[in-house]
Design a protein around this ligand. Structure first.
Ligand code: F6P
Length: 359
C-alpha cells in the first residue's frame, strides 16, 4: 500500500452519542502523522452526489467549539435505507468521489448495515476502508461494544428511574419501549440497571400470562407499582412486529409495541393501570458518557494506527478487553449480533427475579 497522505471520514446509519469523539480522535491521530482529513458530509451522500460535499478537518475544528464532546454527528449521517438495485451504480459514484478528492483511504463509522453496504462499495470501487463500529443497538458483530450503546443504556436507565417515580405515585405499571431494532441488548441491559420487573426482547418469546403472573407477584410483595421494559422489535401475540414509520426505500422502522401491549394488558388485566412511554430518538442523543468517550477515542486511535501500518478492509473491535481488527468480509458474513441465550445478562436477569419471557 502506498503512503497515506489524505484520508476521508464519514458517519453512516442512525446517529448515536460518541460519533464526534471518534471523529475528533481520528483528526488528532491523523494530524499527528501529517495526514490531511476530509470530513464527508451526510454519510455516503457527500461522495455520491453530483456536487461533492465535504470539509477539511483540522485541529482548529476542535479549538473553538465544544461539538466534539456532544452527541449527534457533526458531519451528518443518513439512515434512509439502501435500494439494492442501485448498489453497483452507487459504488461507482462513491469510488469516483473518493478518487476526485484524492483520498488514500476512508474511515467509516457505521453499524452492521452500514459496514455491509460500505464494504460492498469499497470492494467494488477498489477503495481502502477501515470500519469503526457504532450503534445504540450494539448489534455490530465481532465486537463486544459499539460506540453509542452505553450512553443509550444510560439514557434508558435514567428514563426508567424517572418513570418509576410516577408509577409509584399512581400505583401503576409503566411500560417503557426502547429501541434496538431486532436486538435486545439495549432493553436487557438498561432493564437490569433500572431494576425493571419485566423485560421483553426480540430473541425470547413471552406470553401475556407470563407478564400478568409477574405483576401479581409484585403485588404479593406489597409493592403497588411496576416497570416493564420492552424492546421495539418484540412481536405481538400474532407474530407481528409493529412499525410506525418507513425509511426512504420503504422498509419499516420498528415502533409501537409498548402502546399495543398497554391496550392488551388494560383490556385483560385490572390489577394495575398500565401506561406506556416510547423513549424514541432521545436514546441516540445523550451526552456521551465516560465509557463511550474512551471507546470512541481508542477505536479512533486504533483505526489510524492500522492504516499507518498498512492494514485496510478491516473493522476495529473490542474483544475481551483487547483492541482487535477483523476483516470486513468476516464482519459482514457474521450478520447481526443479537442476544444469544447463553448471554450472561439473561441468567442474571432471571436470578434477579425479572420476567424475561418463556425460557
Ligand atoms: O439502528 C439504530 C436505530 O436507532 C434503531 O434502534 C431504530 O430502530 C432505528 O435506528 C430508527 O431509525 P430512524 O432513525 O430511521 O427512525
Amino acid at each position: 500500500m502506498g503512503e497515506i497522505k489524505r484520508i476521508g471520514i464519514l458517519t453512516s446509519g442512525g446517529d448515536c452519542s460518541g460519533l464526534n469523539v471518534a471523529i475528533s480522535g481520528v483528526v488528532r491521530a491523523a494530524t499527528a502523522k501529517g495526514w490531511e482529513v476530509y470530513g464527508i458530509h451526510d454519510g455516503t451522500e457527500g461522495l455520491t452526489k453530483e456536487k461533492l460535499s465535504y470539509e477539511v478537518l483540522t485541529l482548529r475544528n476542535f479549538s473553538d467549539t465544544p461539538w466534539a464532546k456532544t452527541a449527534g454527528s457533526y458531519l451528518g449521517s443518513l439512515n434512509k435505507g439502501v435500494n439494492p438495485d442501485l448498489m453497483d451504480e452507487t459504488a461507482q459514484r462513491f469510488g469516483n468521489g473518493v478518487r476526485a478528492l484524492k483520498l488514500d483511504a476512508v474511515i467509516v463509522l457505521g453499524g452492521d448495515g452500514s459496514m455491509s453496504v460500505l464494504q460492498y462499495y469499497c470492494e467494488k470501487a477498489d477503495i481502502k476502508m477501515i470500519g469503526i463500529p457504532k450503534t445504540i443497538d450494539n448489534d455490530t458483530p465481532l465486537t463486544d461494544l459499539s460506540i453509542g450503546f452505553r450512553t443509550a443504556c444510560q439514557v434508558c436507565m435514567e428514563a426508567i428511574d424517572n418513570i418509576e417515580t410516577t408509577a409509584r405515585s399512581h400505583h401503576r405499571a409503566m411500560i417503557v419501549e426502547v429501541m434496538g431494532r431486532d436486538a435486545g441488548h439495549l432493553a436487557l441491559q438498561s432493564a437490569i440497571a433500572g431494576y425493571a420487573d419485566v423485560c421483553l426482547i426480540p430473541e425470547i418469546p413471552y406470553t401475556l400470562d407470563g407478564i400478568i403472573n409477574k405483576l401479581e407477584q409484585v403485588k404479593a410483595t406489597g409493592r403497588s407499582h411496576a416497570v416493564i421494559v420492552v424492546s421495539e422489535g418484540i412481536k405481538t401475540e400474532k407474530g407481528e412486529i409493529l412499525s410506525s414509520a418507513k425509511n426512504m426505500v420503504g422498509e419499516k422502522v420498528h415502533g409501537g409495541i409498548g402502546e399495543y401491549l398497554t391496550n392488551l394488558l388494560n383490556n385483560n388485566y385490572t390489577g394495575f393501570q398500565i401506561r406506556s412511554t416510547r423513549l424514541g430518538h432521545t436514546q441516540r442523543s445523550g451526552h456521551p458518557i465516560f465509557s463511550d468517550r474512551i471507546l470512541a477515542s481508542v477505536f479512533a486511535a486504533k483505526a489510524v494506527e492500522l492504516l499507518a501500518e498498512g492494514h485496510t478492509n478491516v473493522m476495529v473491535g473490542l474483544t475481551n478487553g483487547q483492541l482487535v481488527a477483523h476483516p470486513l468480509k468476516e464482519v459482514v458474513a457474521a450478520g447481526t449480533s443479537t442476544v444469544q441465550l447463553t448471554n450472561p445478562y439473561i441468567k442474571a436477569a432471571q436470578i434477579l427475579g425479572m420476567y424475561i419471557g418463556e425460557i
